[in-house]
Ligand binder design. Structure first.
Ligand code: C5P
Length: 297
């Protein structure tokens, strides 16, 4: 079945962060990361979060991911138990090939990445060719057709969750952020018989895409966002993922409008009260604002 052979789903989720004690080497590394020319210094907390990037959380969920029950309880949104989660993951990986190695940035090459949010500030930006110029382009799920001059034509990774899926071509990896076990089941069904279940909005019952899966939402929520908001936005998770797999990250299309709403480049905002939804938008933006000091953005 063509769908099954061409599916890539990067499942983002649940790995508990490993809290490492700083030793002298870590301390020196931290100092090095904090020396920047832009005047602003990273706060101690964000510096620590950045530090953990290099050590701890594996973003990609695999069949061997040893998820703790505590992390499962943090993540789950429905009345299902841990063994049900485990059997679902097992079933999922029976269907999917092993995760492609996205690896950490290597010392002998420089992998450049663009991470593209959906902010209305992209409209008329003409960032298209700059975005296309990066090796990796991580897009959030939104229309790119007819927005080529602002967004470019290249998408190597597309971040989404079942409610926001679109079909992908063979050169784009699907990065899925599962917010519930239902989402894992959706993957299983969407690549085989089709998904006939329900979610809070109608969801696509089959998906054409290219293969595998990821993890680390809890790490982003707890370590980077200090548990603020209900959960991180997909765009913020995409950004942290980019820091993990890229040497140099360029950030496009993030930021609220003047009223504090997350309006989009592809539509007129319907509710002026939306703000940044369940996500800690202001806090996320403040972190994005500080990150250039690391020299990685
Ligand atoms: O709103 P939506 O989830 O479609 O946008 C994708 C991501 O882009 C968000 O998760 C958020 O991180 C970012 N965004 C933003 N400012 C906006 C709109 C979106 O930072 N005005």
């Amino acid at each position: 079945e063509a769908f099954a052979t061409t599916l890539l789903v990067l499942l983002l989720a649940l790995t508990a962060a490993v809290f490492l004690k700083s030793d002298l080497t870590d301390w020196l590394w931290l100092q090095d990361q904090n020396s920047c020319a832009c005047g602003k210094r990273l706060s101690k907390d964000n510096l620590r979060a950045l530090h953990r990037l290099n050590h701890s959380v594996e973003p990609f969920l695999t069949v061997n991911t040893n998820l703790s029950e505590e992390a499962f309880r943090w993540w789950k949104h429905e009345q299902r138990d841990f063994s049900y989660y485990k059997s679902t993951v097992h079933k999922l990986f029976e269907l999917l090939p092993p995760v492609a190695d996205h690896g950490e940035p290597s010392s002998d090459s420089c992998r450049t990445c663009a991470v593209v949010g959906n902010s209305a500030n992209l409209k008329g930006s003409r960032y298209g060719s700059l975005i296309d110029y990066q090796d990796v382009v991580i897009m959030n799920a939104a229309p790119t057709k007819n927005y080529e001059s602002d967004l470019g034509t290249k998408t190597t990774h597309r971040v989404m969750y079942p409610e926001s899926t679109v079909d992908l071509d063979n050169s784009t990896l699907l990065v899925l952020f599962p917010f519930k076990i239902n989402d894992l089941q959706w993957v299983i069904k969407a690549i085989t018989t089709g998904f006939y279940g329900r979610s809070y909005v109608p969801i696509k019952f089959k998906i054409k895409a290219n293969k595998d899966l990821v993890s680390f939402m809890r790490y982003v929520h707890e370590i980077w966002l200090k548990k603020k908001g209900d959960y991180p936005s997909t765009g913020f998770m995409a950004l942290i993922l980019a820091l993990q797999i890229c040497d140099e990250v360029s950030v496009f299309g993030y930021g609220a409008d003047d009223d504090g709403n997350w309006s989009h480049y592809f539509e007129t905002l319907k509710s002026k009260n939306f703000k940044t939804g369940p996500h800690p938008g202001k806090h996320e933006y403040a972190i994005i604002d500080e990150l250039p000091c690391t020299g990685r953005i």
